[in-house]
Structures are given as structure tokens and as C-alpha cells.
Design a protein around this ligand. Structure first.
Ligand code: C2E
Ligand code: CA
Ligand code: CA
Ligand code: CA
Length: 274
């Protein structure tokens, strides 16, 4: 594992200093953690609204460091993206997701596994090869794998032909691409035409107070209908209450995930849920 950059700034305020030292520490410890294989994965179950079945899980990275304690993805991922270590995290999550999907496939458990990806991983022109190799290694069908990226990713990717090509190839292999955090502030939806997206995930910021504001309910209903009119599967994330679930069912949302369904859990716990 190689660390990129590493340039130091010379003039800093005191608060910048403590932030920087934490960041530098995370960088260093993360590099070691990756070499020691010290990261792990939790799975967030997703429930089909009509059937009530758990149809897929989202792999989420977890890191408990002996010195830094738990480092949340909210803190970890931006630092990893900046330093390039996101490619190592991505490789790890790809391996774990394919491995688990293949295990469930062999056990006859029909669960798909999705994982998050950053645009920087797709700037690697070997991404298609890498993914195909890992699928082969675990004997995992591409149809069992879903790759999530954010609207911000989609907007940037639109201008990068090589990335669009890689995504198209993987989609033709049978991998489903999921547009994550849908609705969070990007006006252009042109990327929906450029990229072979199969599934929309409505951001949890819309869901958290959806039962309190009629306008928000209308908006969510609109997002669901919009997605379905484009033949996309629509998922709501951050569903925490029965009221939210009932509302989403009423407006025709296809699937939900969130603490109402389950916290992120281990693969064994996922099986116990079935
Ligand atoms: P995300 O992809 O939008 O993931 C959903 C986040 O919401 C997860 O936090 C999940 O634990 C949390 N969550 C799930 N259900 C609920 C709920 O009902 N209520 C609330 N308030 N939160 C809920 P987590 O695991 O901390 O991940 C945060 C973000 O970090 C993710 O957002 C994703 O963007 C990023 N991330 C996590 N793992 C990876 C990874 O392996 N690779 C990359 N590139 N990004 C990752
Ligand atoms: Ca996600
Ligand atoms: Ca999300
Ligand atoms: Ca998010």
C-alpha cells in the first residue's frame, strides 16, 4: 500500500493544528490497518415493501482502531478519498461483498450485496478488470452485486468518458448501479441518461421528517413516481419508524432500509433475520 501526497502546510492556526494532527494520525493508522487487514464490514438489510422479504444488504465499512477508537465512515471516507487510500478500502469492500454474495448464493439465500464506491476508484482504468477478477475469484454472479455512487459522483462522471465506459461495461455484465443520496442538491439530472442506473436511493434527509410535513410527503411521492416512470427501482434510506414505513408503502416505494428494518449487522445476523 502506497500513500500519496503527504505535503505539509507551514502556517497553521491552533485549531487547524489539532484537526491536522488527527487527520495525519488517521492517515497513518489507516495505512497500517489496511496492511494488517484490520477493517471489517457490517451489512445493512434492505426490505422489499410489497413482500416484506430482505432482498439485499448494503456493505458498510467499519474501523475500530486501538489508538483512535471507532473512526466513523463520515470521518474516514473523505480522508481516504483525499489520500488515495479509498482505492484500498474499495478493493477490500469489493472482495468482502463478492465473497459474502457468493456464500449466500451457494446456501440458496437470495440476497444481493451492494457496496459504496467513490469516483476516484473508477478513475483507475483497470476497474472493470479488477471487478471481473474478484467475481471470478469467489465464483460470484455479477447479478448479485450492486454498486452505489452518489449524485456528486454521477455529475463528475458525466464529463469523464472513460468512467462512463467502465460503468456501461459492468452494467452489461449484469451489475446494477444505484444512485445514492438521490435528491441532495444537484439540479442537473442529465446523468440519468448518460449512466446506466438501475436503482434510486432517496436520501435519508427527506425521510427523517416525511411524516411531519405534507409537502415533504408530496415531494417523496414525486421522487418515487419519477424513478418508477424511468423504470428504476426506488429505495428509501434512513427509515426509522413504522409511520415512515407505512407512508412509503402508501406512495409505492419499492424497498426501504434503515433502523426500522435493522441496524448494520453481521452476515450471521442477517441470516438469523430471514
Ligand atoms: P450512505 O451510503 O448513505 O450509508 C447510509 C448511512 O446511514 C450509514 O452510515 C448507515 O449506518 C446509516 N443509517 C442506516 N440506517 C439509518 C437510519 O435509519 N437512520 C440514520 N440516521 N442513519 C442510518 P455509515 O455506515 O456511517 O456510513 C456513512 C457514509 O459513509 C455512507 O453513507 C457512505 O457514503 C460512506 N461509506 C460507508 N462505507 C463506505 C465504503 O465502503 N466505501 C465508500 N466509498 N463509502 C462508504
Ligand atoms: Ca450507500
Ligand atoms: Ca445514502
Ligand atoms: Ca449519505
Amino acid at each position: 500500500v502506497k500513500l500519496e501526497g503527504g505535503s505539509m502546510i507551514t502556517t497553521l492556526s491552533k485549531s487547524d493544528h489539532s484537526k491536522l494532527s488527527r487527520k495525519v494520525q488517521i492517515e497513518r493508522r489507516l495505512l497500517e490497518a489496511l496492511n494488517r487487514n484490520d477493517l471489517h464490514v457490517m451489512f445493512l438489510p434492505q426490505k422489499d415493501v410489497k413482500t416484506g422479504a430482505i432482498t439485499s444488504v448494503e456493505s458498510l465499512v467499519r474501523w475500530e482502531d486501538s489508538v483512535l477508537g471507532t473512526v466513523s465512515p463520515e470521518e474516514l471516507i473523505p480522508i481516504a478519498e483525499e489520500t488515495g487510500l479509498i482505492n484500498e478500502i474499495g478493493q477490500f469492500m469489493l472482495e468482502k461483498s463478492c465473497e459474502q454474495a457468493a456464500i449466500w448464493q451457494r446456501k440458496g439465500i437470495p440476497i444481493k450485496v451492494s457496496f459504496n464506491s467513490s469516483i476516484r476508484e473508477f478513475r483507475d482504468k483497470n476497474m472493470v478488470k479488477t471487478i471481473r477478477k474478484v467475481l471470478e475469484k469467489y465464483n460470484c454472479s455479477p447479478e448479485l452485486i450492486q454498486i452505489e455512487f452518489t449524485e456528486k459522483f454521477a455529475l463528475e462522471a458525466e464529463a469523464e468518458k472513460a468512467i462512463v465506459k467502465q460503468i456501461q461495461k459492468l452494467q452489461q455484465d449484469g451489475i446494477v448501479f444505484v444512485l445514492d443520496d438521490f435528491g441532495t442538491g444537484y439540479a442537473s439530472l442529465r446523468y440519468l441518461q448518460m449512466l446506466p442506473i438501475g436503482k434510486l436511493k432517496i436520501d435519508k434527509s427527506f425521510i427523517s421528517s416525511v411524516t411531519q410535513h405534507e409537502k415533504l410527503e408530496k415531494l417523496v411521492q414525486g421522487l418515487v413516481q419519477f424513478g418508477q416512470s424511468l423504470d428504476l427501482q426506488v429505495v428509501a434510506e434512513g427509515v426509522e419508524t413504522a409511520e415512515q414505513f407505512e407512508l412509503l408503502k402508501r406512495v409505492g416505494c419499492d424497498a426501504v432500509q434503515g433502523y426500522y428494518v435493522s441496524l448494520p449487522i453481521s452476515a450471521e445476523e442477517v441470516e438469523e433475520m430471514l
